[in-house]
Every structure is written in C-alpha cells, then in structure tokens.
Design a protein around this ligand. Structure first.
Ligand code: PLP
Length: 457
C-alpha cells in the first residue's frame, strides 16, 4: 500500500494531542488542556477555523502573524499547485534560478534604499543573518536591543531577546546590551563605548504591542551612523503590510541599513525568511569568490517558498491588503478605545494597523480590586489569560496574551478582515468585559483555577 494522505488523516483523526504528549513537547498539550484550547481543527478558510464538530472560530492570532492573506488563500494554493505541476529543477545550489531573483526584485521595490536580499527559512534565521552581516560589515561585536524585544529563539537571536525568562539558563550568549525602548539617550551612552555594530528594533514590539515613538527610528539611525553602527529593523511580524504600511518602519522618515521579514511572506504555506540590506554590506560579507557561501542555507531559495512569497505579494497588491490593514486596524482600535471609559479594568488600547494590544490594569472600585489583587499576587498576566480564555470559550475567538507577566492581549488577525470581523470582535469583547466587571461568576471562577495552578506550579 503506497502513501495515502487522506487515508492517514482519516485513520488517525483526533490523535494529535496523544501523539504530541508522547513524542513532542509534552507541555503543549498539557497547557492546552488546562485552558480548554484542546480542539481538533479540521478545516480553515480566510479568517476562520472549523473544528471536527463544525464549530467556527474567528482567528485573531493568524498563526502568530503567518496568515496575512488569510488561511488557504486560493491564489497561493493555485500557485503552489502550478509549481508542483511544473516539475521545476529546484535547489541545484550551483545555478542561479529565476524565482529568488523575482521575489528579491519585488521585495526591494517595496523597500527604500535597500539593494540585496538573503533568503532563509524562518524569522529567527533572517535575524541571525542580520546580526552576522552587521558584525562583519562594521568589524564590531556588540549588538544593542530593546527591553522586551523578541527576535526569535536561536542562539544569536536569543542574545538580543529582552525578556529574562527566555534567556535564563542559556548563557553565555553573544555580547549585547539592552536599552529601554524608544530611549535615545540610552542609545547614545552605549554608542559612545565605540564597540557597537548595530541596534536591532521592532517598529511595533510583539511583546506588549508597544509602538516605537514617532521620530525615534530616524533619530536612532542618525546617532548610529555618527558612531559607525547600523540600524536593523526586525519586520518579521510588522512587515508585509501588517501595520498599514508595507514595512512598519515606513511610518517614520527613515531608511534602515538592514530589514528582516518572514511570517506573512509564506502565504501561510511554506516557511521563508529574508534579510534585506544595503549593497555595501553584501559586498563586504561576500567580498570574494572564496566567501561565496560564507553565510548560506541549503533550503533558502527553494521554489515552493519563492512561489508562496510571489503569490502572497500578488494577493496583497490585488486585494489592497496594506490599506485594508490600516483601515480595519483603526476601526478596531477606535471601537476598543471607546470602551476604556466604561470598563475600568481596560486601561489602554494601542498598536498600528492590525497589530493591536489591549492592556488591563488595577481597577478603582473595591468590588473588583480584591479579585485583581488575588490574580496579581499569584502571577502577573493572569487577568489577560482569563480574557483570552473567555473570548475563546464563550465566543470562539482565538487570541493570545502578548507576553509573560504582562496583562496585555494582542490581536493579530489576517489582513483580509472586514467590518464583519471587527464587529464580531467588538461585541464579543464588550460581553467579556461586562462579565469581568461583575467581579464574580464563571470568569472569576476560572481566574481562581489559574491562581491555584500558578501557586502549585
Ligand atoms: N522577529 C520577530 C519580530 C518575531 O515576532 C519573531 C517571531 O514571532 C521572530 C523574529 C522569530 O521568527 P520565527 O518564529 O519564524 O523564527
């Protein structure tokens, strides 16, 4: 009997959690069972997921931002089918195939003053390349990054991670220094030491959904260049239209030296990452024929990834998804911001385009303060977790907490959402907030379960 994918999927239907528990990261199924997220999804389309019982879930997580064009977009699927049917000569390694050239040409046309592209397979690899390029091009070792920064979890990217909980136990990492997000004085103090290769920064931080202050990137670049260092914008999450511009840095008047992208470029199908940089940086790193493979990846420019990238860019253009992200993001943030006055636990709504953060904070009223304090005493961030679970259980909307130890939830829906999904989310969130502001009931009962879990952990 040959390989039969439909037969395999039907025959082993529903066994995913058991297999993960036995063979993969055992904490994932444990965590999903604990918060009631242990669904078996069978189908997906656009901004929606469907479980085995036919229930529909609105996807405001988009695979951590991968599904910019929505799930199973017919144009990307069609392009991948055509790619397979074409029986291409792929990954010869010693040739210059057409597809990477075409995708590089298109990405660079969207960037400002960047000249060349290195393709790899993930966000963290795109960041690794950016760190190596910056160090080699400047001849310096130290990289600056921001508090709460997230740039991936391989060793180099972890060296510029701004959260202790990710770094703990993996030392020693690369020479680095954390500076407060948006703080130019701190940047200049570090630059004066003369050993800094680059600053790496997310235009909107994934952890906490903080937007870089207006004008910071331009001023930072000037300081960096005055001290012989480079500006790297990590656009793995913010790039490809997410913030309402093609790149998140384009909200500022700045041309970074290096830019990383990944996630949405994949069309949600084929992992891909890309590091865009100035010509002189490539000329330095790849300075002779001897150095042609000095930084490279076997799968880097594979045809499936390149086709998924080209098809995704075409969809983004044809469906005007960058403009849609800007408009729907504004609609969503405005609607949520209007609730701050009514719901005292909601203290801030922020973000750019379709990366939206909602922060919760200490309530004024005594009725709510006892419950809030109970959660805070056990572990910061439990209230946000309660909201995420309520949105999922009661309204079938998938979201995430924006990071450990912060009471922020983050929305990262596909860039294809319309007013229908904005209304769906607004109404569900208002219902969850109303429930939370009663100070008792099912939501707070679950909060007490979370406290017990946190205390016994
Ligand atoms: N950089 C940023 C800004 C990210 O948000 C992420 C992932 O969330 C990464 C890098 C790492 O990407 P990947 O998970 O594809 O390695």
């Amino acid at each position: 009997m040959g390989f039969d994918l439909p037969g395999l999927l039907a025959g082993r239907r529903g066994q995913g959690y058991e297999l993960h528990a036995r063979y993969l990261n055992p904490q994932l199924p444990r965590m999903l069972h604990a918060i009631g997220f242990d669904k078996v999804y069978e189908r997906a389309e656009g901004a929606y997921l469907y479980d085995r019982d036919g229930n529909r879930y609105a996807d405001f997580l988009a695979g951590f931002g991968v599904f910019g064009v929505g799930r199973n977009h017919p144009v990307v699927r069609g392009a991948l089918h055509s790619m397979l049917d074409a029986e291409l000569a792929d990954m010869i390694q010693f040739d210059c195939s057409l597809l990477p050239g075409l995708l590089a040409e298109q990405l660079l046309a969207k960037a400002d003053g960047l000249d060349r592209v290195y393709f790899c397979n993930s966000g963290t690899e795109a960041v690794e390349a950016s760190l190596k390029f910056a160090r080699y091009a400047t001849g310096r070792s130290r990289i600056l990054y921001c508090d709460h920064a997230f740039h991936g979890l391989t060793a180099g990217s972890l060296s510029v991670n701004g959260s202790a909980e990710f770094r703990r136990g993996f030392d020693p990492l690369l020479p680095d220094s954390a500076i407060p997000f948006g703080d130019l004085d701190a940047l200049e103090r570090e630059l004066r030491k003369g050993d800094v290769a680059a600053l790496i920064v997310e235009p909107v931080q994934g952890k906490g959904a903080h937007v870089v202050p207006q004008g910071y990137l331009g001023a930072a670049k000037k300081l960096l260049h005055d001290h012989g260092a480079l500006l790297i914008c990590d656009e793995v999450q913010t790039g490809i239209g997410r913030t309402g511009r093609f790149f998140g840095y384009q909200h500022d008047d700045v041309e970074p030296d290096i830019v990383t992208v990944a996630k949405a470029l994949s069309g949600g199908f084929v992992p891909v990452g890309a590091t865009l940089a100035k010509d002189w940086i490539f000329e330095k790193v790849y300075s002779s024929m001897d150095r042609v493979l000095v930084h490279d990846s076997t799968f880097g420019s594979n045809a499936a990834a390149m086709v998924a990238g080209l098809a995704s860019l075409s969809v983004i253009e044809d469906e005007q998804l960058v403009t849609n992200a800007e408009q729907m993001g504004k609609l969503l943030r405005d609607a949520l911001r209007d609730m701050i006055e009514e719901y005292e636990l909601l203290v801030d709504v922020r973000g750019r385009g379709l990366i939206v953060g909602m922060e919760f904070g200490k309530p004024r009223s005594l009725k709510l303060r006892t419950g809030w304090n109970m959660l805070q005493a056990a572990r910061r961030g439990l209230f946000a977790q309660m909201v995420v679970v309520a949105l999922f259980q009661k309204h079938r909307i998938l979201t995430q907490v924006s990071g450990d130890f912060m009471d922020v939830i983050k929305l990262l829906p596909p860039l294809t959402i319309t007013e229908t999904e904005v209304t769906l989310f607004r109404e569900a969130f208002a219902d969850v907030m109303a429930e939370a502001h009663k100070g008792s009931g099912l939501m707070w009962d679950f909060g007490r379960t979370l406290v017990r879990q946190a205390v016994t952990r």
